[in-house]
Design a protein around this ligand. Structure first.
Ligand code: GLN
Length: 548
């Protein structure tokens, strides 16, 4: 029931959060979007982040987790990864806006003299810029519904201008054209054996102080919300009982759309936006995926070697890619987190003894580098399935140079500027880059796969496009030396000949990619590289256990 044609006007849904952070606004927004999409509506999701960085590209992963990169090269919040994984629809720079970007735009206009001598103020100038960014996606004419998630918690000083913009939009867009969903927590007090509604009441009051009356409350809870609790929340928070939606803790985030469907969140939204009809959401494919996920027939353990392993969010897309590819293989993928700094030549054998595959993760800087190189050496020599992503691929090249080509000091100039063998080096267009923000090789680039390569077999086609986020590259000066010693270049960029994929055909599964396949894996389209890697790990495990 796409609205295009029938009704051109895009409708807007805002998702705010209260009581505490980490309640999962991104997952609720993605789940609702999925249900609406499964009814034939075209939906996109946008994230407004209250911090002052212009984008998360310059943030340490320990701060906010992984930086997600879109096809158009935007460095964005990791929630955009959830949006794409749930919806299988691409996002772009317009889908993630920070306070920093808003101020940057306004201040650039001020410097140009665009405000013609006016005093530039939070209201109306900052709020106007926020509204312009919210309405931008709707103006493309591509979407029936735009869901905007507002980062942070109600009550934070930083998010006030965003809430003010939402308040103003209510009057500009009009009733039935927008609504606000507020996500709160209903805690269970063990000592009293009771669910408590007070935090939700306070959180809604705080939102009301900003002039926003939420239309729907989604309540995170560990226990089912009985009718009397729902009624109480409705009464005190000024919403209808049907607008109190229970969001039980789920075993996997992929169950949440089904839980929201049971709670009729999508129906309620459509009713309030005047879009309701009897059609139902078609979630069959999603359910099939869930079944495969919940009932695996096999299990493998993959070692993930990285330097941010204390914060799993730093590798969010990789974890989710394993979930998608695992379900596809009907195989539970257990991840063993291994800190690259903890690895040394004398403990690797023991640490890797239970692994069926090893992934060396992306990363920046020198810390933990020798551990990563030692890991590659061990898996290469022991024919353990290997996938190296970005820095992981670069480490595989260095390891090969040192131990197969015999170039002892081979390195990347990122870690050792004056290395004798700069097998990984900065390309010319990166040499004079001074600003760190937004200047890496970012976004989608084409890659031509080499005939008969493993990559060509895995992808089943010869041309692919994958997303990038790095400055350093395989140094083509040494390409022939590597090839002479058995390394295969599995794919190159057709425009500039940069190496995108390296393989060792002597091993059963050894592949390194300069790009980030994890950024393109979705529930309905698990990434072929991850599917193949999990399959290789499974084969390895079967062989190890004498099953084949
Ligand atoms: N630090 C490396 C580079 O900039 C790899 C980056 C990454 O792994 N994303 O080239």
């Amino acid at each position: 029931m796409s609205l295009s044609g029938k009704q051109k006007k895009t409708k807007y849904i805002f998702v705010t959060g209260g009581v505490t952070s980490s309640l999962g606004k991104g997952i609720i927004a993605s789940s609702l979007a999925k249900l609406l999409q499964a009814r034939g509506l075209s939906v996109t999701i946008q994230k407004l982040d209250p911090y002052l960085n212009v984008d998360p590209g310059t943030l340490n992963p320990y701060e906010h987790g992984e930086c997600y990169v879109t096809d158009d090269g935007a460095e964005t919040d990791l929630d955009l990864g959830h949006y794409e994984r749930f919806l299988n629809v691409q996002t772009s720079q317009a889908n993630n806006v920070t306070t920093g970007r808003i101020y940057y735009n306004v201040l650039s206009k001020e410097r140009r003299g665009d405000f013609l001598g006016k005093t530039v103020q939070v209201i109306p100038h900052i709020t106007d810029e926020i509204k312009r960014n919210i309405l931008l996606l709707g103006k493309t004419g591509k979407y029936d519904i735009v869901i905007t998630e507002i980062g942070g918690c109600v009550g934070d000083i930083e998010s006030l201008p965003f809430l003010e913009a939402v308040r103003q939009l209510k009057w500009e867009l009009g009733e039935k054209n927008m609504l606000t969903i507020h996500l709160t927590l209903v805690p269970f007090l063990k000592s009293a054996e009771e669910l408590k509604t007070k935090p939700t009441q306070h959180s809604v009051k705080q939102l009301q102080e900003s002039g926003i009356q939420p239309d729907i409350l989604v309540c995170r809870t560990e226990h089912h919300l009985p009718a009397d609790i729902r009624k109480k929340i409705a009464l005190f928070c000024n919403v209808e009982v049907m607008s109190v939606i229970e969001a039980m803790d789920a075993k996997t985030i992929y169950e949440v759309p089904i839980l929201m469907k049971k709670e009729k969140l999508d129906q309620r939204v459509l009713y309030m936006l005047d879009l309701y009809n009897d059609a139902d959401s078609d979630m069959r494919k999603w359910e099939e995926f869930l079944q495969r996920l919940k009932k695996p027939e096999h299990e493998v353990t993959i070692g993930l070697i990285g330097k941010y392993v204390e914060l799993k969010d730093a590798y969010k897309s990789i974890i989710e890619s394993f979930i998608h590819a695992g379900a596809e293989n009907r195989c539970k993928v257990k991840i063993e987190w291994i800190h690259s700094e903890s690895l040394a030549v004398d403990n690797i054998e023991e640490k890797f003894s239970g692994l069926d595959g090893v992934l060396v993760a992306p990363g920046f800087g020198e810390r933990g580098i020798e551990g990563k190189i030692a890991a590659v050496k061990f898996v290469r020599e022991n024919n353990i399935p290997f996938l190296g992503i970005c820095l992981g691929m670069q480490m595989a090249v260095i390891e090969y140079a040192r131990n197969v080509l015999g170039w002892e000091g081979a390195h990347s100039t990122e870690m050792e500027k004056t290395t004798e063998y700069p097998v990984i080096d900065l390309m010319e267009d990166q040499q004079n880059v001074e600003n760190k923000g937004g200047t890496m090789r970012l976004g989608a680039y084409n890659c031509k796969l080499t005939d008969k390569s493993l990559a060509r077999k895995i992808y089943g086609k010869s041309k692919i496009s994958e997303r990038h986020r790095h400055r350093w590259e395989f140094n083509n000066k040494y390409r022939k030396d590597f090839e002479d010693k058995g390394l295969v270049i599995g794919g190159t960029n057709p425009e500039n000949d940069l190496v995108e994929i390296i393989e060792i055909p002597a091993n059963d599964f050894f592949i390194g990619v300069q790009y980030h396949p994890e950024l393109k894996s979705t529930v309905v389209q698990p990434h072929p590289l991850f599917i193949a890697f999990v399959k290789a790990a499974l084969d390895y495990s079967n062989k190890k256990n004498g099953k084949v």
